[in-house]
Design a protein around this ligand. Structure first.
Ligand code: NDP
Length: 285
């Protein structure tokens, strides 16, 4: 079998067309665009690339986005105050703080300070709790992007066995909950899991969110399975590669996402979609 390659760029383009129309409807109704602010501390190269990508897509779909660049040595109290100002600014509907933070700043402080209704990357305890309880919530965008890929490729989940590799707060855990809500039977694996291949070979859908280049090989995949690669790993000579060894896995799987060009292109669109949602909610008040 040769797997079909899921075209994340095409799915992202499809989502952007829908979002552009939805943003237009918001602007016509409310007389202003949804507003988003990215807060970035210091000069981490990867987060710089990421900020630019968000600004570009925001511009493309009509969301008013700006980057608030703070010095790397910004004190915790100053960052808290900056976030509180954004929380009370009615023109700002969504706030993202770029990770990783400089070592002297606490991720917990940031997650607890961003107003839950503006937390468009789902990092606050409030949104994480709502997600766990099955109440409406803002999602960590990568887990939302994986669910978009599965929905838009009509991948059945109900009653299916799904294995998620990785248990981080930003990807593995929220994704497992979302899959459970779609009535999949979910297994979460991590660095201490034993007999990993035995477990992954049972998966109808296998998601890799580990951060180890090409760790998922054909022997780990059930014939015909859908394999979703979330991993982003820098290649020694430049460029990126995923957690899935595409050349090997595509000989066994039914469908697989490539890296680049798989889940990645949908992530920022999910973020902006959630910014539009929060704008509607805040302007409805
Ligand atoms: P983390 O480093 O926070 O988590 C990695 C997870 O993988 C951990 O739960 C870890 O287990 C587990 N793990 C490590 N080694 C193994 C192993 N040998 N077998 C099984 N599990 C293992 O990473 P993130 O969740 O933040 O990100 C995961 C990947 O996804 C990264 O490559 C990241 O760059 C990428 N990513 C992609 C995004 C996108 O838009 N496509 C967005 C966000 C992340 P343990 O908990 O035991 O340590």
């Amino acid at each position: 079998m040769v797997a079909s390659i899921i075209d994340g760029k095409a799915l992202s383009a499809e989502m952007r067309v829908e979002l552009r129309n939805d943003v237009q409807r918001y602007i016509e109704s409310r007389g202003q665009a949804p507003g988003l602010v990215i807060v970035r501390m210091g000069g981490d190269a990867a987060s710089g690339v990421y900020s630019k990508a968000i600004l570009r897509i925001a511009n493309d779909v009509g969301v008013q986005a700006r980057l608030d660049q703070l010095p790397e040595d910004t004190a915790s109290d100053a960052l808290r105050a900056a976030l509180q100002r954004l929380n009370s600014d009615a023109s700002v509907h969504g706030i993202i703080v770029q990770m990783p933070l400089p070592a002297h700043l606490s991720q917990q402080m940031v997650a607890e300070t961003i107003a839950p209704e503006k937390d468009i990357d789902g990092i606050s305890p409030h949104n994480a709790g709502n997600l766990l309880l099955g109440f409406p919530s803002l999602l960590p965008s990568t887990s939302g992007a994986v669910m978009e890929v599965l929905a838009r490729t009509h991948t059945p989940l109900e009653g299916r066995r799904v294995v998620v590799l990785g248990r981080s707060n930003v990807v593995g855990k929220p994704l497992a909950i979302l899959l459970l809500q779609q009535h999949a039977t979910v297994t979460i694996c991590h660095s201490r899991t034993t007999n990993l291949s035995e477990i992954t070979r049972e998966a109808d859908v296998l998601v890799a969110a580990v951060g180890r280049a090409n760790m998922v090989t054909a022997e780990m995949v059930r014939p015909g399975a859908t394999v979703i690669d979330v991993g982003i790993n820098a290649k020694p000579g430049g460029g990126i590669t995923g957690d899935v060894d595409l050349e090997s896995v595509r000989t066994v799987a039914g469908a697989v996402t490539p890296t680049p060009g798989g889940v990645g292109p949908l992530t920022n669109v999910v973020l902006l979609k959630q910014c539009l949602q929060t704008a509607w909610r805040q302007s409805d008040k």
